[in-house]
Design a protein around this ligand. Structure first.
Ligand SMILES: C[S@@+](CC[C@H](N)C(=O)[O-])C[C@H]1O[C@@H](n2cnc3c(N)ncnc32)[C@H](O)[C@@H]1O
Length: 164
């Protein structure tokens, strides 16, 4: 299964993960997207991941899968100068289309039932939301965020020309 090629040398890196996941199949789908869309690592906070058939890439055999017992453990072990981007609907969240992704970022998704709690969103460096009045499946939301990141990296290094 092919992975996106590195687009430019200095485009930083990103990880993606979930806190207190409640649907293992969804997380398998998220890991599959993460590996294919160029994530450097994946992570869980609170509840550990058990391998799922929905991740046909077995992403955790190819990129590190980290586990943190608590959010504060996760924060304490963030890579140097890396920003936490909370992915959650809400008035304080920036629309994804307007968002400039940090060079080094971790994208944090919430639980299928209750989303990211306020005590967590308050500690994120940025919050982003996807369009729509209803929440998306968590793996779909994460996949769109990753696609947005790599598309924006792509358009910086290969600007569109009107006279192509
Ligand atoms: C199914 S949603 C949680 C829904 C929960 N019932 C709520 O209202 O908060 C699971 C996770 O997917 C992500 N998500 C889904 N739709 C989203 C959207 N439109 N914008 C941002 N994040 C979204 C968030 O990380 C959210 O915590």
């Amino acid at each position: 299964m092919a992975r996106v090629k590195k687009i430019k040398k200095d485009n930083g890196f990103y990880g993606i993960g979930i806190i207190n996941n409640s649907n293992e199949l969804n997380i398998g789908t998220l890991w599959r997207s993460a590996y294919i869309l160029g994530a450097s690592f994946i992570f869980t906070i609170d509840k550990k991941y058990k391998p799922q058939s929905s991740d046909i890439t077995a992403a955790w055999t190819k990129i590190p899968l980290y586990h943190y017992n608590t959010f504060s453990d996760f924060k304490d072990h963030l890579p140097f100068s890396t920003k936490i981007v909370g992915v959650e609907m809400g008035e304080l969240s920036i629309s994804l289309g307007m968002f400039q992704h940090p060079a080094s970022a971790v994208y944090l998704l919430g639980n299928e039932q209750c989303g990211l709690q306020t005590n967590i969103t308050q500690q994120c460096h940025s919050l982003i939301k996807l369009p729509g009045d209803f929440s998306l499946n968590v793996a779909v939301a994460g996949s769109i965020v990753m696609y947005d990141r790599i598309t924006k990296e792509c358009s910086v290094s290969h600007p569109q020309s009107l006279n192509a």
